[in-house]
Ligand binder design. Structure first.
Ligand code: NIG
Ligand code: FE
Length: 406
């Protein structure tokens, strides 16, 4: 593809750097700013009037620029859909882990090409919504060959690939979850680990219990993978405490928590990744984000795209939910979807716009990041840069140039 061009983005009304040393507050906000992208990295950040020359210059005319969203939780390797299950749920039928088996059957029956097309479609959808990084989980194969092909397909679209080895005991292991776990430890993980960075389990009633989850995660660790956990989604179970015990990078959902769970997270290094889209689509309560944040827990926001609990790739929607329903401030929500996601993936080169970080960013058709929550449901993202290349452009008329920002 060759070197990306040197690009100067000037006239930025509000720039989110996520570096308090570069600007105001936790988001490191600068006004009337410019950034320069070179060789796929941020080469310069400063005042717009001092921007150096570049091959290409784009004047945002007072619009906002943010670091690309870091989507740290998605399940795009699947076939089929479950709209009927969603409709039934909206009449009052509760979500249970068992619905995952419907997607396991469809995914096993799909060709590699069909699965790759699905991942490509969702990856592009997420990119248009500003997600320049997207972690991709397997988990709808639950046999060694099916999980392996899921990893290989996901690797074509993401560097952040997760073996969700224990999602739900598949039908051929009905009532024999322990035997499934033994197979995962003895065969699946050794064969799959070279193709993944992360190991994940669904530690929940109807999926895997604490001992089974611990055994799978420890086997993954022994094969060089770093753990992340689906925990406390449907019940205040052991997932959060297990994740902290094993030093997992992240525990995801965290919807039902006890004070002891929040203490454990506050005293550990595990990020709490909240997935309000899943709670919205399952009529779950929302996580107690305020208690987590006020206790000093690092919080990430993810979209959790999957065909069961949350068929969206849209982090702006999740930001709006986090602000309206979980009482996160707009600043906290934007930080959690960018720098928070980077923390959940243990990355310090993304989720920020600082010299040396990756040139992953998007421009809004609005003067400020506040509009992400203030204008819910409106597709405000006009341009997306990935590795310094313009990956998305919207050709509809932008806001009038020179709009005064607050
Ligand atoms: O993150 N909770 C487990 N896994 C997914 C849902 C999977 C499904 O229902 O297909 C989630 O919500
Ligand atoms: Fe999930």
């Amino acid at each position: 593809m060759g070197q990306p061009p040197v690009t100067a983005v000037t006239g930025i009304g509000t720039l989110v750097t996520n570096d308090p040393e570069l600007g105001e507050g936790t988001l490191g906000i600068r006004r009337d700013a410019a950034v320069v992208f070179a060789e796929g990295r941020v080469a310069w950040v400063g005042d717009s009037r001092e921007a150096p020359a570049a091959d290409h210059a784009i004047d945002l005319g007072g619009r906002a620029l943010l670091p690309g969203f870091v989507e740290s939780h998605s399940h795009p390797v699947f076939a089929g859909e479950r709209a009927e299950e969603f409709a039934a749920r909206m009449t009052g039928i509760p979500y249970s882990a068992g619905g995952i088996r419907t997607t396991i059957a469809a995914t096993r029956a799909a060709t590699d090409e069909q699965l790759a097309a699905n991942v490509r479609r969702l990856r592009e959808e997420a990119l248009r919504a500003g997600s320049t990084t997207m972690e991709c989980k397997t988990g709808y194969g639950q046999t060694t060959p099916d999980e392996l092909r899921g990893l290989l397909i996901a690797s074509g679209f993401s560097d952040e690939v997760t073996l969700l080895a224990a999602h739900v005991p598949p039908p051929e292991y009905a009532g024999r979850a322990d035997e499934y776990v033994t197979m995962v430890i003895e065969r699946m993980i050794p064969e799959c680990a070279p193709h993944a960075r992360w190991i994940d389990v669904f530690c929940e009633r109807g999926a895997f219990d604490e001992d089974q989850s611990r055994a799978v995660l420890k086997a993954g660790i022994a094969h060089g993978l770093t753990p992340r956990v689906h925990g406390n989604q449907l019940t205040a179970g052991p997932g959060v405490r297990l994740a902290v015990e094993l030093g997992a990078a992240s525990v995801d959902h965290v919807t039902h928590t006890t004070p002891a769970d929040i203490d454990a997270l506050a005293n550990g290094s595990t990020v709490a990744t909240l997935l309000p889209g899943a709670d919205f689509c399952t009529r779950n309560p929302y996580p107690n984000a305020r208690a987590l944040l006020d206790a000093g827990v690092t919080v990430a926001l993810g979209a959790d795209c999957n065909p069961g609990t949350c068929y969206t790739t849209n982090l702006p929607f999740c930001i709006a939910l986090a602000v309206r329903e979980m009482r996160m401030t707009p600043d906290e929500a934007v930080w959690s979807a960018t720098a928070g996601g980077a923390a959940a993936l243990r990355r310090n080169d993304i989720g920020r716009l600082t010299p040396g970080s990756r040139a992953d960013a998007f421009a809004l058709d609005a003067p400020s990041y506040l509009h992400l929550a203030y204008r819910p449901g409106v597709p405000l993202i006009r341009e997306v840069w990935q590795d310094g290349r313009l990956a998305v452009t919207d050709t509809t008329p932008a806001m009038p140039v020179g709009t005064v920002h607050s």
